[in-house]
Design a binder for this molecule. Structure first.
Ligand code: UDP
Length: 320
């Protein structure tokens, strides 16, 4: 298979690139390095089947040429990270909506399979966990920029499903639940790299809100395995799939766990949301995936639990 990965120099994209190369496929990466980084793909550069282009998906002639060469397009390029989304709402909406629009348009010309990376954030303030793919999406007010990300991704999903319905463009939509692992940076606010870096430096571990909100973290290797299984299954086309791990933990317990595992002397402090992000910021209290659909289709089961994930992330930051 010849795979085009937009956002292939990002955290998830670089792991996906590696897995595809290991499986004997040819990989083309398109990345503008806005949140991705060359260091993520440095170790892949010497591999014969690996090619990369530093450019944005919005450069349509470049995008069109790369899609033309590919059999499958993994569209991972997007503005991500709660802090970045709150601080750069225009870029978030334009990148996430327009980027997907042009990818689908060009893929449609020769009906190339598109795997669209969406997010568990689309479930929004729905509190009926675990979330099934057909659950309602519950968004907050447009005055609260956090929801622009969920809405931009929900619109991407609508558009991809519309291409499938109306034009028979094959698409697969994946909703990722807090993907974590080595190479994820804490720069844009993601909690595990932030906590690990703080703990290793014996700086205060910053829990936002009261820390009772919870998340279920998914190992990036489990996510990549799930994506590859879906691509190889004809029954996945036209579907929306949660990819996650049901193991839930509160953010306060996560902070304690990171502190213990790093043997840190850090103090755990709570910071009100309005100081961490902006006034009126709304968080999700719980976010747990129902993975019945992907399990039944391809036999997906997450294999790496939180302790092992944290051990790997700690080791990564100790070496870098
Ligand atoms: N969080 C935190 N401290 C940090 C970064 C994040 O307490 O330094 C919290 C955040 O408020 C949220 C959870 O950790 O409740 C997960 O945040 P992240 O940005 O990693 O992902 P999200 O699930 O919000 O998209």
């Amino acid at each position: 298979m010849r795979a085009l990965i937009t956002g292939g120099a990002g955290f998830i994209g670089s792991h996906l690139s590696e897995a595809l190369l290991d499986a004997g496929h040819e990989v083309f990466v398109l990345d503008d390095l806005s949140t991705g980084s060359i260091t993520n793909i440095e170790h892949l550069k010497t591999r014969r089947s690996f090619h990369y282009t530093i450019d944005t998906v919005k450069n349509e002639p470049v995008l069109a040429e790369l899609i033309d060469r590919a059999d499958v397009v993994f569209h991972l390029a997007a503005t991500v990270g709660v802090r970045k989304i709150v601080e750069e709402p225009v870029q978030t909406i334009e990148n996430n909506v327009h980027g997907t629009e042009v990818v689908l348009q060009h893929a449609n010309k020769k009906k190339k399979l598109v795997v669209l990376a969406s997010t568990s954030e689309v479930y929004g303030k729905n509190d009926a966990v675990p979330f099934r793919e057909d659950a309602d999406l519950v968004m907050g007010a447009t005055l609260k920029h956090r929801w622009a990300y969920a809405c931009s991704k929900a619109l991407d999903e609508f558009l991809a499903l519309a291409y499938w319905k109306e034009k028979k463009l094959p698409v697969i939509i994946i909703r990722l639940f807090n993907t974590v692992g080595p190479r994820q940076t804490g720069q844009y606010g993601m909690v595990i790299p932030s906590f690990v870096r703080q703990a290793l430096a014996n700086r205060p571990i910053t829990v936002f809100g009261d820390g009772r909100q919870s998340r279920s973290f998914t190992y990036v290797g489990d996510v990549v395995r799930a994506i590859l299984a879906l691509v190889e299954h004809p029954g996945a086309v036209g579907g929306v799939f949660n990819i996650g791990n049901g193991q839930e933990i509160s953010i306060l317990d996560l902070a304690r766990k990171v502190k213990t595992l790093t043997r840190s002397t850090s103090e755990i402090v709570t910071i009100p949301y309005e100081k961490a992000y902006e006034a009126g910021f709304e968080d999700m209290q719980r976010r747990v995936p129902d993975i019945t659909k992907i399990r039944e289709l391809v036999g997906y089961e997450p294999q790496v639990g939180l302790d092992e994930i944290l051990a790997q992330v700690i080791d990564y930051f100790q070496r870098h």
